[in-house]
Design a protein. Sequence first.
Length: 463
Amino acid sequence: MQSNDPQNGLLQQLDYHLRIERPDTNRGAILSAVAEFLKGRGGAETCPDEAEVESHLNSLMAAQGATSACAEFSWLQLAAPMVWGRQETAFFGRVLRRARVAKKKGRKTEWEHAQTAIATLPSEWQSQMSSMLERSRVGRHKRPGIKIWSASHIRSVSFALTRWHTFCTMSGNDPLPSGIGFQRFATTLAMENVVPRSIQSYLERVLSGFANVLKPGFSSSGCDFVVEEYRGYAEKMGAVTKGSCVSASTLYHLGFDLMDEARRSRVLNLSAAALFRDGIMLSLGIALPQRARALAAFENERTIGLDSRPYIWINLPGSVLKLPQEKKLTECFSRRFRNPNLWDALSEYLTVYRPMYDDGAALFPSKEALGASISEAQIGRHTGNITQRRLGVRMPIHRFRDSAATEAAEELEHGGHVASSILGHREERTTTRHYNHAKGVRNALEFRELIASMRSSQKSLNL
């Protein structure tokens, strides 16, 4: 018999729906959480607002402690879409996240990471490298011909010099580079399963560290010979990213598949928001094949935004691009491209899913830190984890660039010239070395037109 009490009637209806739609869930815990929430508000006719829901969670936390209160609130969150609607109760996830996730200390800057790397150097080398860091950070040359470096280059050179110094200490080799010393160092690295291209990079960085910082003007024909030797080995082996690869269209479609999965979620919670965010990350990562650092810098209406449909604009500062330090201060990456499906997805994400994290501007917010974006390293790991789980092949975001250049070169009309444009390589031979099977196309715009057509045609471009 149906109860005349509106609250009991609602709970009975909810119990019935749970039995039909979610038979495996804990109905008792959900009904108890709803009853507790309704107890003080006099009915369920109107949808609560965010302030009321947050006040309820705060009361639960005061009475039960954070862990128990958040668990009970999670049961209420599951029922809320059935009572008041999925879209209307999306803010429940944001309230729960604020209670569970605290603001964390700001991440180290790239210059602080570089300073940490310098600290690993022997003490007699640190002051000179620190001077290079300070000069580069302010971006000023004291006199013509004096170089400045990016923070990432200072970091990589410092780590290479540290490894070189460790080798010299253990082997009794003179720390001043020589052809014989480099050959021994390279052989030791090879015995540790370091690939030729990485050995080449170690040698070049050590040589650069001495020639530009530790002993300005230093040169050694013997060292140059060993560097060229390993450059030749590396070119014979080919690019290290050529192994198992997934086509650009497969990655692009996977992004939209993740977004569709988020839309099918019964509850508009943070899990659905994370799924949609990841879909945007994959599809945008193919449509605009930039490095992880650039994707981590995307902020709505600052570095990325929506023009009138179907145009999307990008404006990335030089500081997040792979450029010589002096160019980072003056250059940027600015594009305006058309992609109606991606425009619609970004619009939906910014309206429905992104606000569930916080009120910040980061396009790819962290799930673990309020107000922060996913870091460059996390984007690489995260995209690799997604593709490993969904496709069976690990594809970190940097390898998206390989897929984009390869597919463009095979599918579009003219030849390899566009791959350089897509990847931002300064020299076409850099692209040719990595993708010598690609015959090329007209320009990067043509590639983006190809990407924009993928979703509507569902065209498969398997490599």
